[in-house]
Design a binder for this molecule. Structure first.
Ligand code: NOJ
Length: 536
């Protein structure tokens, strides 16, 4: 791709705001839209050019907004439509784009569509959801399971049929084989695009079509008892059906009728399947989320081979992307420790492709232990023995050392980290070596370096501890990135052609570089500007 052909979403860093936990403006202990407006200056200074808001729509909150009861309105907890318009305007003034969360696979059971659908078998909206008769013995139509535990079928006494829910029973799946439903959901997209939102993150996109046969899913030979019951089956019939590609194309066509909008798909699939969501001719989702770094073992060999496999699997002209954390998984600093989380930041912001950053990761926030009697996430509550509550990764943003970390003047909906007085934005803004300072430097370097934005990725060296690669762009020089992905010191003989100067160190600089030999302390990453290399 030529430099002039790049669009804003190739360059931008996407920042995920979990609205409940970002900033409360009305003391109810829950973050809101006005709160986000108050923090836009912070995001601008950080160098963020796009924010993705987890759902802000009316919802009974059975799954914290991923159970939508009205797709074209704002939940009063978050504010009003005027507040949303205000946010759009204020963000625009700061050069920040707004992406919304589209939840097309399922609605809330409180959505008027579902109320109608369940009211009678001959209701015109019956077919907007997935209804099936019981088997002869009265049992569920097939063996499909819910991600959140138990059968995915719920019996409806009044109309004597089962409905399908891939998640909670309060989240009935919509029937994407019904054209009226498709039109309604595309209408939802138009509604927000007309308002000026810059695109969508699309929830569980690979779930929206189920096999027409509704055949049982086969057992998963890799299943182990520590896994959620959902993983006991291979979801070959209940997810990732070929028909999804037609809808993806329609979503893309619709989006292309507007200028410069972007579609990001939440898709947890192996590379060869993930890549199909880019579309045959790059006419699908612009950025099917790449969750590689959230799921793999954190060691140099695994990371290096995953990056190469991903780069090689990308279709021609498809643009890569990388994610370190989100609201569904433990935070990066909890998964790999504080030191490595800084190396991970360096990796995220020097890889080729659009990075997505989860709120709070920039200050090294960690998961917060939430006692069972305070837990709220249905995933955790339904499967307490598995310890998979998502609450710990969703705690309020730590802004300053005042009460409730500056997040609220009320009682926060989830408890705040005990050590917030030491770990917060205000403190880290003053410390040259803080996590936040590192993020700011990395972001600034990335956003001002065409080689980091658009240059090729080339692996230079790999061993048990180190991953070394270049990002180079003809005419713009390049960078050598040396990451010690271990907790032990490491050494690297820098090939002579990569001479240059260190522009960033993840620890603040305790490395030693003499006569071509680089000695790195534990958990150290370096970005070296190889200014003399690859000039044209
Ligand atoms: C994926 C979302 O990220 C998650 O939070 C939610 O529970 C499920 N989809 C169901 O919508």
């Amino acid at each position: 791709m030529k430099e002039g052909n790049f669009l804003w979403w190739h360059r931008a860093i996407i920042y995920q705001v979990y609205p409940r936990s970002f900033q409360d403006s009305n003391a109810d202990g829950i973050g809101d839209l006005t709160g986000i407006v108050q923090r836009l200056d912070y995001l601008q200074t950080l160098g963020i050019e796009a924010i993705w808001l987890s759902p802000i729509f009316p919802s009974p909150m059975a799954d914290f907004g991923y159970d939508v009861a009205d797709y074209t309105a704002i939940h009063p907890i978050f504010g009003t439509m005027e507040d949303f318009d205000h946010l759009l305007k204020e963000a625009l003034q700061r050069g920040i784009k707004i992406l919304l969360d589209l939840v097309p696979n399922h609605s809330s059971s409180e959505h008027p569509w579902f109320r109608e659908s369940r009211s009678a078998k001959d209701n015109p909206k019956r077919d907007w959801y997935i209804w099936k008769d019981a088997r002869e013995d009265g049992s569920v139509p097939n063996n499909w399971l819910s991600v959140f535990g138990g059968s995915a079928w719920e019996w409806d006494e009044a109309t004597a049929q089962y409905y399908y829910h891939g998640f909670l029973k309060e989240q009935p799946d919509l029937n994407w084989r019904n054209e009226e439903l498709v039109e309604a959901m595309l209408g939802v997209m138009r509604f927000w695009l007309d308002k000026g939102v810059d695109g969508f993150r699309i929830d569980v996109l690979w779930h929206i079509f189920k096999s027409e046969s509704f055949a049982d899913n086969p057992p998963n030979p890799g299943f182990a008892p520590h896994m959620p019951g959902y993983d006991s089956l291979l979801t070959v019939n209940s997810t990732d059906q070929p028909e999804v590609q037609d809808i993806v194309k329609r979503m893309r066509n619709l989006t292309d009728a507007y200028k410069d909008r972007v579609l990001i798909g939440e898709i947890y699939l192996p590379y060869e399947k993930l890549m199909t969501y880019y579309g045959r001719n790059n006419d699908g989702i612009h950025l099917p989320f790449n969750f590689t770094l959230m799921g793999i073992n954190w060691d140099a060999q695994t990371i290096a081979s995953s990056i190469l496999a991903y780069e090689q699997a990308l279709p021609p002209n498809a643009w890569p992307n990388w994610v370190l954390s989100n609201h569904d998984r433990p935070r990066i600093a909890t998964r790999i420790g504080e030191g490595q989380a800084r190396v991970a930041a360096m990796l995220l912001l020097t890889l080729r492709g659009t990075p997505t950053l989860y709120y709070g990761d920039e200050i090294g926030m960690k998961d917060v232990h939430i006692p069972l009697d305070e837990q709220q996430d249905p995933q955790g509550l339904n499967m307490p023995e598995l310890n998979i509550s998502r609450d710990p990764a969703r705690t309020p943003m730590q802004w300053d050392s005042t009460a409730q970390a500056g997040f609220t003047t009320g009682k926060p909906w989830l408890r705040i980290a005990d050590d917030f007085a030491d770990h917060n934005v205000e403190k880290q803004e003053e410390e040259v070596n803080s996590n936040l300072s590192l993020y700011k430097k990395l972001i600034r370097l990335r956003q001002t370096s065409p080689a980091l934005l658009y240059g090729a990725y080339k692996q230079v060296y790999i061993d048990q501890q180190l991953l070394v690669y270049t990002r180079e762009l003809m005419g713009h020089g390049g960078f050598l990135i040396v990451l010690n992905l271990s907790h032990e010191p490491a050494t690297f003989d820098i090939p002579s052609e990569y001479g240059g100067n260190v522009v960033l160190s993840s620890t603040g600089g305790t490395y030693d570089w003499k006569d071509g030999l680089l000695k790195l302390p534990a958990d150290e990453g370096l970005v070296i500007h190889t200014s003399t290399h690859l000039q044209d």
